[in-house]
Design a protein around this ligand. Structure first.
Ligand code: GAL
Length: 801
């Protein structure tokens, strides 16, 4: 008897240790690609030997040259769309025997159709949605070859108001589970009750079963803190007849470490499903314990602390690497925004990559997760309005179910500037969309970004569709909003739309609107080189300066927060110009990731770290009267000195978030000193640059993971002998690379630079250019070299491991 028991024990240990309850395989490798339509490619017998080999994620549009006839970036053309095919041959893995196998796509732009071994699995029009197909019935026996073929159609243009990218631009996975398993997105963790002493963690589970199950299951839920220590545990038996329902377990966490942007404390929830004591599935879910609420009068509260939402809108492209999802590129963007004081992101105007939300959880950003830019009424001839009717329910449900465990996600936006608003046919649709969201998550408010401040045109008229009203622009109407909508919380869902090119300085006179009104499509008296001054005084007619937009929200407690349009410049929408301008001017940070001056206005307002920033540069013609601005905080005044001579002290007024002087130019040194109660806080100097002398290379990180994805961002700057940046330098830099890396793209932030962003040669813009270096999968050394005519080549070393 004893022997039998020990045998059973060893057997159960064996099954627990060696039987993999769930396997996830990275499916990004060994794909073949062909641009152009190839209908026969869905068939097994098709020969793809001549096709290009590549790894995913991949965006084919970004590889092309900018050209006017290319339609895929809104307004006047820029990058191409098209139809393309992807194929992958793979052997059925041995661990798929008696298992369920699905292929998961995080996002394909757009209208994808997927075949396995010649059988159509399905199509998905939406380019931003994650979806999967069950491939179990179609798989060949273990070790035999299968063919996955995909057709991606981004040929009907225009279909987007911004650069979408084209192709399988997000990750692909193969997921293998047992017949009894946790359903896709089947774990839902919420924190219905939160205090500093204790939190209730509610765990809801949906199972799936394709087997003939006769015995009950056991579900074990464990909660681990950031150090991996067990803080709560619960086990529940699920009778066979309750298998298709939701299994709910409540757990108590004592003295929880709350999640917030300042302290993004996370917990791991481990869900284990046992059948006859054998582990059949296991899943880890990251969660954060936090509470929040909106108050009609006082705005937003996070964990009971009044918190202004300091947000930016972001489009999904990552500059020179296009739409290709890359964790390091997203992390770099978020690092810069964090340092600026940003605590929230609006994912304009589509679902983000799942990795983006992981980063927001970890780094501490609140996220307004947005579903749609249009419903039934179009913004562009070929956009999602054509698919809305058939797909909106599925798309929205899939989005909510995928993202509802992220502590960062705090609001669902069901739309941006929806056209149905203007005739209020949208009220019914809004109510329906809100219902879909609430069915899958009733813990977060539903909002939409509205352009109309007439109550009859905001979807809540005769409906309770929206929990928070988001208004785009209309800052001059803010004071009327509480009177019109007294019972509902408000947020500035989109503001600003100021326009700037990094490093360009025209006169800083009064606010200029480019284009000036809805009658002018493009700017009439713009700059011949398609630039816009970087003093904060130009905006599209529906927007205003950064200072004005922020002050309108800052000064009003009932506005729970702001989302500035935009954190980064993005490809497409080059208002106020047309082609050859090809990327936006709205960013606080340019497309290459170099901050514009206004970055420091936000930093001075949104952080407590001492800031003193002086603009412009100090290379002008003798006698020119130059507008000199300083952004500062933690001080009560700033004194300006030109070549040692004081030009006087200034303090900010209630109207302006900077101080300024008009200074007749004289070469030399301009210096600012900020004081608090007469004591020096910070000093800042800018100098007149002499002749360009050498190139300087700086890298953000010189040790990379050798994982085929990690990136180093290398900045090339042209400086004079003393190391001062030459502010107008536009020399061509040739980047070359050797060793364990490749150049993934180059950029300089100039909105009208037409050379392809994936090429290694880049002109400096205002003294700077960027090369993005991608590690291969081999550890080793990378040497990146920058050369320019007339200068010594310089190199930088990067290690990969
Ligand atoms: C808004 C719109 C954004 C963007 C912006 C540019 O009205 O919601 O998507 O187009 O204008 O200023």
């Amino acid at each position: 008897m004893k022997k039998l028991w020990s045998l059973i024990f060893i057997l159960s240990l064996y099954t627990q240790v060696f039987a993999q309850p769930r396997t996830q395989i990275n499916f990004n490798y060994d794909w073949k690609f062909k641009l152009g339509d190839e209908p026969e490619a869905k068939n097994i017998a098709f020969n793809d030997d001549a096709w290009r080999k590549l790894s995913l994620p991949h965006d084919w549009s970004i590889e092309a040259d900018f050209a006017k006839e290319h339609p895929a970036t809104n307004q006047g053309g820029a990058l191409p769309g098209g139809i393309a095919w992807y194929r992958k041959t793979f052997k059925t893995p041995s661990n798929t025997l008696n298992k369920e196998v699905s292929i998961q796509f995080d996002g394909i732009y757009q209208h994808s159709e997927v075949w396995i071994n010649g059988v159509l699995l399905g199509k998905r029009p939406n380019g931003y949605i994650s979806f999967q197909y069950d491939i179990t019935p179609h798989l060949k026996p273990v070790n035999q070859e299968n063919i996955i073929a995909l057709r991606v159609n981004n040929s009907e243009q225009p279909n987007s108001r911004w650069y979408s990218g084209s192709g399988i631009y997000r990750n692909v996975k193969l997921v293998i589970t047992n017949p009894i398993a946790i359903a896709q997105n089947g774990v839902f963790v919420t924190t219905p009750q939160v205090s500093a002493k204790e939190a209730t963690l509610k765990h809801q589970l949906q199972l799936q079963n394709t087997s003939d199950l006769k015995s009950p299951l056991e579900v074990e839920v464990k909660v681990l803190n950031a150090k991996g220590k067990l803080v709560a545990r619960n086990i529940q038996t699920v009778p066979v007849n309750q298998l298709s329902g939701i299994v709910t377990q409540n757990l108590n966490v004592k003295n929880p470490a709350l999640w917030s942007p300042q302290e993004p404390n996370l917990y791991q929830v481990i869900t284990k499903v046992y059948q006859n004591k054998v582990l059949v599935d296991e899943l880890k879910t990251t969660t954060g314990i936090r509470s929040f609420r909106f108050d009609v009068k006082n705005g937003f509260y996070l964990n009971d602390v009044p918190t202004k939402i300091l947000g930016v809108c972001l489009h999904h492209d990552l500059g020179a690497i296009g739409a290709t999802v890359n964790v390091r590129a997203m992390e770099r963007q978020l690092e810069m925004l964090k340092a600026m004081g940003t605590n929230a992101i609006r994912t304009a105007h589509n679902p983000p990559a799942p990795e983006f939300l992981d980063l927001c959880d970890k780094m501490g950003f609140l996220v307004m997760d947005e579903a749609f830019d249009m419903w039934k009424k179009r913004k562009n001839k070929f956009d999602y309005h054509r698919d809305f009717e058939e797909w909106h329910e599925r798309d929205l449900a899939d989005l909510v179910k995928r993202d509802r465990n992220h502590p960062s996600v705090f609001m669902w936006s069901i739309g941006n500037e929806i056209r149905e608003q203007f005739d209020s046919t949208g009220t019914k649709i809004a109510a329906n969309l809100s219902k879909i969201v609430k069915l899958h998550d009733n813990t977060r408010p539903v909002t939409t970004a509205l352009t109309e401040t007439e109550p009859a045109k905001n979807f809540i008229w005769k409906s309770n569709a929206l929990d928070v009203l988001g208004f785009n622009y209309k800052y001059f109407d803010y004071d009327s909003l509480p009177k019109r909508f007294g019972y509902i919380p408000l947020i500035a869902a989109e503001t600003t739309s100021a326009l700037q090119t990094r490093g360009v300085y025209d006169l800083a006179d009064t606010l200029r609107l480019w284009p000036a009104s809805s009658k002018d499509k493009f700017v009439v008296n713009g700059n011949p080189d398609y630039t816009v001054t970087a003093y904060d005084n130009v905006a599209a007619y529906w927007g205003t300066s950064h200072e004005k937009a922020w002050k309108a929200v800052k000064d009003r407690n009932f506005m729970s927060g702001i989302f500035v349009w935009t954190g980064f410049d993005y490809l497409g929408e080059p208002v106020p110009y047309d082609f050859p301008a090809r990327s936006s001017y709205y960013g606080i940070i340019d497309l290459a990731g170099f901050p514009k001056d206004v970055y420091y206005m936000y930093q001075s307002e949104w952080t407590n770290q001492p800031v003193l920033h002086l603009l412009p540069h100090w290379n002008w013609q003798a006698g020119k009267v130059v507008d000199v601005w300083a952004y500062y905080n933690q001080a009560d005044e700033v004194e300006l000195f030109l070549n040692g001579k004081s030009l006087g002290k200034k303090a900010k007024t209630t109207d302006e978030l900077h101080v300024s002087w008009k200074v007749p130019f004289e070469a030399g040194t301009l210096k600012a000193i900020s004081y608090l109660n007469g004591k020096v806080v910070l000093e800042k100097e800018i100098r007149t640059a002499g002749a360009p002398h050498h190139i300087v290379l700086n890298v953000d990180r010189n040790k990379l993971k050798a994982d085929g994805n990690d990136l180093a961002f290398v900045t090339a700057t042209l400086v004079d002998e003393a190391g001062t940046i030459v502010p107008d330098a536009d020399n061509l830099i040739k980047f070359t690379i050797s060793g364990a890396g490749q150049i993934a793209g180059t950029d300089n932030g100039y909105q009208a630079d037409l050379s392809s962003l994936s090429k290694p040669n880049r002109k400096l813009w205002k003294g700077k250019a960027l090369a993005i270096v991608k590690a291969t999968e081999k550890s080793g050394k990378i040497v990146l070299t920058a050369q320019a005519d007339g200068f010594k080549p310089v190199s930088i070393n990067i290690k990969t491991k």
